[in-house]
Design a protein around this ligand. Structure first.
Ligand code: GLU
Length: 498
């Protein structure tokens, strides 16, 4: 049995907390990795320690620089800064080789000559016999002579010589003691035949070399931990503490996958979720702040964060909650800040120049507060603000049948357009007074005129206060749209939105 964990408390006092994330740049940054990054960052900042990055780019075929950039961009977007230059595994091959040689000399690693085809065949045979497929340790017992001879002639991998009996026990910070019988673990590969390290080995060498004190990572790595601890022990190194975060689940409690929606951080960024909301939402995937608050800034999270308050299971990714949170943060923004954030979406639609003129900018500053109330994601700005930028081409069905096809609608809209044209005070108050006075003079309820006008101006039944939106649209747009609606109604060319 391994007792390293007992001596841990003494070790802990030795130096500052150093944690890391170790993403592989083989795909988009998954929200699970983003959550892992956040928890590591929080732990580092809370303990005045360091948060480091390691790029695990030893999969030569699948690693891509664009994924690496995406990872760094994602962290920056969330506001998670890192200390020191990122470590890149592909630049450290000689380090892994020298440590592997030490293990060989100590008799804890050995060359294995079995070909992938042979291994696959044996694996299948074991499965057919109902046994768990494991390497049969065939090359562990080769004589020195034979080993030397074959090393000159054949390609080989280096395998770790696991103890044959006993168990490895470790104290997971989140889960308590976890043990693995060595009989369940096989002699895993340390170095591949091309000299590149396998994950478990590179991870240990780097965590040791980088002075990592706590390994905080996903639950899917629990079964790697006893293997890694065995390498530490073989080398006489002190292992870090381990904390395994709960898997992120969809609402149906199965592992989060594309079935549940987007799994990459970038997809949420592009959707226009506010980063403040994303990071807040990720924090609550497994962590429960003691004061029970759900809305927390990064600084507030740092203050409250404790690894021991992370629960071992039940981290559910609820998109509705994320949207709600994003909407909450949208409403806390000053109009100018929000305008800057939605600008790219409006530029994409061709409504605003990338460098807006002062007229465009002032218009946007007036539009923004009117759409802020209903907006949850920045990308929703386009559907909420479209009528500020485009005259309606078609009109939603309910407003057509309820308001626009009233027999008095054309006449009513025509009259309003005339009154607005000559209105001196084209302000919220001036417009409201005009509309209400006209309704009163016609002996009509103001609501009828208000709804019919909104329908003609926006094609919609809902939206911001009519008088405010008219003041922002301005006299010219309002008059033009009212008259266009009148013309379409009288010509019978009014199109109903599908
Ligand atoms: N490259 C591994 C991963 O992305 C790192 C796991 C670890 O933190 O040790 O899952």
């Amino acid at each position: 049995m391994s007792h390293w964990d007992k001596s841990y408390s003494k070790e802990e006092e030795k130096g500052p907390v150093r944690v890391r994330i170790a993403p592989s740049p083989t795909g988009p940054l998954h929200v699970g990795h983003a959550r892992t990054a956040l928890f590591n960052w929080l732990y580092a900042r809370k303990n005045k320690g360091q948060f480091l990055l390691r790029i695990e780019d030893t999969d030569r075929e699948r690693s891509r620089p664009e994924f690496e950039r995406e990872i760094l961009d994602g962290l920056r977007w969330l506001g998670l800064d890192w200390d020191e230059e990122p470590v890149r595994q592909s630049t450290r091959l000689s380090l892994y080789r020298s440590v592997a040689e030490r293990l060989v000399q100590m008799g804890r690693a050995y060359a294995c000559f079995c070909s992938p085809e042979e291994l696959e065949e044996r694996r299948k045979a074991m499965m057919a016999r109902g046994l768990p497929p494991k390497y049969d340790r065939r090359c562990r017992s080769l004589s020195d002579e034979e080993r030397q001879r074959r090393m000159r002639e054949q390609s080989f991998v280096l395998r770790f010589a696991m103890p044959l009996d006993g168990e490895t026990v470790f104290q997971d910070v989140i889960r308590g003691p976890i043990s693995f019988a060595h009989s369940e673990l096989d002699d895993f590969v340390l170095l591949k035949s091309d000299g590149f390290p396998a994950y478990n080995f590179a991870c240990v060498v780097d965590d040791h070399e980088m002075g990592i004190t706590h390994v905080i990572r996903g639950e899917d790595h629990i079964s790697n931990t006893p293997r890694q601890i065995q390498i530490y022990q073989a080398l006489g190194w002190q292992p870090p503490r381990f904390a395994h975060l709960p898997l992120i689940l969809g609402k149906d409690r199965s592992k989060l996958s594309s079935r549940h929606g987007a799994t990459s951080l970038k997809a949420y960024q592009e959707m226009g979720i506010l980063p403040e909301a994303m990071v807040n939402f990720l924090a609550l995937l497994g962590w429960y702040p003691r004061d029970g608050r759900e809305i927390l800034s990064l600084d507030e999270m740092v203050e409250q964060f404790e690894l021991s308050d992370v629960k071992p299971s039940g981290a559910i990714f609820d998109l509705e909650k994320l949207l709600w949170m994003s909407g909450h943060y949208v409403r806390t923004l000053a109009a100018e800040d929000l305008a800057i954030r939605i600008l790219p979406y409006l530029v994409e639609r061709g409504w605003v120049e990338p460098n807006p003129s002062s007229e465009q900018w002032n218009y946007l500053l007036q539009v923004t507060p009117l759409i802020q109330e209903r907006m949850r994601t920045l990308s929703e700005a386009t559907s909420l603000a479209d009528f500020f930028y485009e005259d309606p081409e078609d009109y939603d069905e309910p407003v057509v049948s309820k308001w626009l096809t009233r027999s008095d609608a054309p006449q009513m809209l025509e009259e309003l357009s005339n009154r607005l044209e000559s209105l001196e005070d084209f302000t919220v108050e001036g417009i409201e007074e005009t509309v209400r006075r006209m309704a009163a003079e016609r002996g009509q309820r103001a609501a009828v005129l208000i709804h019919t006008t909104r329908a003609a101006l926006t094609g919609r039944g809902e939206g911001p206060s009519l008088f405010h939106l008219m003041a922002v649209l301005g006299r010219e747009r309002c008059v033009r749209r009212l008259r266009t609606a009148v013309r379409r109604l009288t010509e019978g060319s009014l199109k109903v939105a599908r």
